[in-house]
Design a protein around this ligand. Structure first.
Ligand SMILES: Cc1ncc(COP(=O)(O)O)c(C=O)c1O
Length: 428
């Protein structure tokens, strides 16, 4: 019997009324079928067939405290009985904003949205209003959500064009695309009047690429000199690579920061924060920040509980996230050496990116040369072995991954890579 028959049945049914059968392109990519999750707890997810997985997808990042984290659920349950939405402020917003200002180095004033994409839009609007300029710079292979203005030159796609059909061809008309880790490219682009330079300070979506030594400090200096605002999109890195995000880890403070994903540990909440003088365009009403669900009580309660927990336990949490991801990285290294399937793995604290490639993958171009089809086969083989990873290469760890989970994953990496290498050998 097919191990995924329940998911197949569900997917077939869903496709009849739900376009593509799942609610995001990322989920659609999963082979042999987009599984239908039944429940999750801690580091584990179970699908509707009852298959159990160690979860390294973590809802594509948000579940930093694992599935169904008790501290977050408790705060949300309490709020559920008090009301789920008001045409008014609520008791969680101010404490949450205070906590963001305490934790994130660049934060002096905060606004809330629901998703990373929305918060990126808000950040760009704030930057344009604060500088009186319109042009933005983004980097090839960085992802900032699906807005027409930034969904160009996206990770894993060649060229500078839109990430999907249907985008407004003029949407990125005021966007300049630069090479990341290349100061010359940025210097030239800053000759125009630029409102904002937006980047992932660690380019996790591109392939978990680190900034070159000194690069971010130089970007900081150049943007300041040019009067352009530096925006760190910390939707992935925020609260994950360090409590204060990549800006804390790498000791570079941007003007504006975008937060999302792990912020609500599963509940949809995102934020823009930054220097008071810049964010004052919202405080004064010059920029209208809109959104029915912004700062809604359930998500704000979740965010507050999650951040308090991360802050109060940061001394244990971050070293553990670091060592957990390193165990996966070591397994990739061993598989590469022992079994012949050419695997590569880049990683930082709590996040990593795997590739099938002969050489280390250091840039957007290197990634385009890697074999994403064979990696998808590898991800499917991992699923068979009870390890859930995104098909496109990302890995996330949570605070809930135990030594046993990591050992199981490491063994699965070795076995999957050996099997695929053997099968490729038998075919050749
Ligand atoms: C760095 C980064 N920015 C923005 C986004 C968009 O966030 P959302 O999917 O919540 O709109 C993502 C999503 O993966 C992201 O990784």
């Amino acid at each position: 019997m097919d191990r995924y028959s329940g998911s197949h049945q569900y997917y077939d049914r869903a496709k009849r009324s739900l376009a593509r059968g799942v609610s995001s392109a990322m989920k659609a990519a999963q082979a042999p079928v987009p599984i239908c999750a039944g429940r999750g707890a801690g580091s584990r997810v179970w699908d509707v067939d009852g298959n159990e997985y160690v979860d390294f997808a973590l809802s594509f990042g948000p579940m930093l405290l694992g599935q169904s984290p008790a501290v977050v659920l408790e705060a949300v349950r309490t709020q559920l009985d008090l009301g789920v939405g008001f045409g008014a402020g609520n008791r969680h917003e101010a404490p949450l904003a205070e906590l963001v200002c305490e934790i994130v180095p660049s934060a002096e004033l905060v606004i809330f949205s629901n998703t990373g994409t929305e918060a990126v839009q808000a950040a760009l609007r704030v930057a344009r209003a604060a500088t009186g300029r319109t042009r933005i710079i983004k980097f090839r292979g960085h992802y900032h959500g699906w807005l027409d203005s930034v969904h160009v030159a996206i990770p894993g796609l060649p060229g500078d064009g839109p990430g999907t059909e249907g985008q407004d061809p003029w949407g990125a008309h005021r966007t300049t695309i630069c090479e990341w880790n290349d100061i010359g490219s940025l210097t030239a682009a800053l000759a125009d009047d630029v409102a904002a330079v937006i980047m992932e300070p660690i380019n996790i979506n591109g392939g978990c690429f680190m900034p070159s030594p000194g690069y971010l400090h130089e970007v900081r200096r150049l943007t300041r000199e040019a009067g352009a605002l530096l925006v760190f999109d910390e939707v992935i890195t925020g609260f994950r690579v360090a409590l204060g995000g990549a800006q804390e880890l790498l000791e570079v403070t941007p003007d504006l920061t975008v937060l999302g994903k792990a912020f609500g540990c599963g509940f949809p909440i995102s934020a823009v924060c930054g220097r008071r003088e810049i964010m004052s365009v919202v405080a004064t009403g010059k920029v209208s920040h809109m959104g029915n669900f912004n700062g809604n009580p359930l998500a704000a309660a979740a965010g507050h509980a999650a951040l308090r927990h991360l802050r109060d336990n940061s001394e244990q949490i971050y070293p553990r996230l670091e060592s957990s991801m390193r165990i996966v990285a070591d397994a990739f290294d061993r598989a590469n050496v022992d079994h012949g399937l050419p695997l590569q793995f880049n990683h930082t604290v709590g996040a990593g990116f795997g590739f099938v490639a002969d050489q280390p993958v250091r840039t957007h171009e290197d990634r385009l040369r890697s074999d994403s089809d064979v990696y998808a086969l590898f991800a499917a083989r991992m699923l068979d072995k009870g390890v859930l990873i995104p098909t496109r290469g990302l890995w996330y760890v949570s605070t809930e991954h135990s030594d046993q989970d990591l050992t199981l994953a490491a063994e699965a990496v070795l076995d999957a890579s050996r099997e695929l290498a053997d099968e490729a050998g038998a075919l050749s």
